[in-house]
Design a protein around this ligand. Structure first.
Ligand SMILES: C[S@@+](CC[C@H](N)C(=O)[O-])C[C@H]1O[C@@H](n2cnc3c(N)ncnc32)[C@H](O)[C@@H]1O
Length: 308
């Protein structure tokens, strides 16, 4: 059995332990981050599961999936209201409990059934304390049930948050959360396939996505152009990044194949690198962290427009 301790998190985030802020250490406290690395037959059984999934009829991301997101967030909204506004019901239902995850190039079985949720909590705290402490507004595009914004509103009570999504149910969730908890969060409908140029992003704002650009496949350019035009102080994209997978390595190969099969984000990182070479943007960090069973959905790239 291994444990993800402070040094382990620092390694996964690509920093030294001294750069892990106290709020992050607080988020680790009381959580069991022990896990077993799967080896031999147990690991082979996971490969068989993943390969079977790749052969199955997986749903492909794109415009046609909007209704599916609407259904998902409507269910979260219903559960949130029925539970008397229990924030646990803001966690997306695709976050599985008691599931194998991908960590440091291994399939691992965590002890804590909610390992993924707790890991994301620590990662989100680290990212925003590291890169957004000085920014004003924080915008999440593709915010879904707004659980990231609720966590960040607790972390930064003085800041103003905006949750954008193409789903009406997501916007209704934000309205309900604000009505009940009075967080400084507002909502705005937004389609990343057809960005609305009238959406204002004040100077010194941070923009982020978590598992949302993934859904754009190769059609990310209009949203990228929108960001380049708005020039936020910092952009954080926590997304599966196709080009980080080593196609000659089995563990990575199956993840890359999964991305291709689902039509997830491809080409974004090379496009950012091209913009960096042209002097348009500056990339501050690219990092693989961990993933759920099929791919590393929590890799991230942090970047900003030059001169912003
Ligand atoms: C995997 S969920 C992630 C939700 C949230 N960011 C999180 O971390 O749980 C993807 C989100 O992106 C939204 N989305 C997908 N395509 C979109 C588009 N073209 N414009 C705006 N939102 C979109 C979906 O409605 C959904 O809320």
């Amino acid at each position: 059995m291994r444990t993800l301790d402070l040094a382990g998190f620092a390694r996964v985030f690509g920093c030294v332990p001294d750069c892990v802020p106290p709020e992050c250490v607080a988020a680790m406290r009381g959580v069991d981050f022990q896990y077993a690395v799967l080896e031999g037959k147990s690991r082979d059984a996971i490969y068989v599961r993943v390969l079977r999934a790749l052969e199955s009829d997986l749903k492909i991301a794109g415009r046609h999936r909007k209704a599916r997101w609407e259904d998902g967030w409507t269910q979260n909204l219903r559960d949130f209201i029925a539970s008397g506004y229990d924030r646990q019901n803001l966690v997306p239902k695709f976050v599985k409990q008691n599931e194998v995850v991908r960590l440091e190039r291994n399939y691992v079985l965590p002890v804590d059934p909610e390992f993924e949720t707790h890991f994301v909590d620590v990662l989100r705290t680290w990212l925003f304390k590291t890169y957004c402490a000085q920014t004003g507004h924080i915008f999440e595009f593709g915010c879904g049930p707004a659980h990231n914004l609720v966590a960040l509103a607790n972390l930064f009570p003085g800041k103003q948050f905006v949750g954008l999504d193409w789903s009406d149910a997501s916007q209704k969730l934000i309205a309900k959360i604000v009505e009940v908890y009075q967080f400084k969060i507002s909502g705005r409908p937004f389609d990343m396939f057809s960005p609305d140029a009238s959406c204002e992003i004040p100077q010194n704002s941070a923009v982020f996505t978590i598992g949302a650009m993934e859904q754009l496949g190769r059609e990310f350019e209009p949203f990228l152009q929108f960001l380049l035009q708005k020039r936020p102080a910092i952009c954080i994209n926590v997304e599966t990044l196709y080009e980080l997978y080593d196609q000659d390595d089995l563990f990575d190969y199956v993840a890359a194949a999964y991305l291709r099969k689902r039509g997830y984000l491809q080409g974004f990182l090379p496009r950012l690198r091209e913009l960096e070479r042209e002097g348009v943007i500056e990339i501050l960090q690219v990092q693989r962290t961990f993933g759920s069973l099929y791919h590393d959905g929590y890799s991230f790239v942090v970047w900003r427009s030059r001169g912003s």
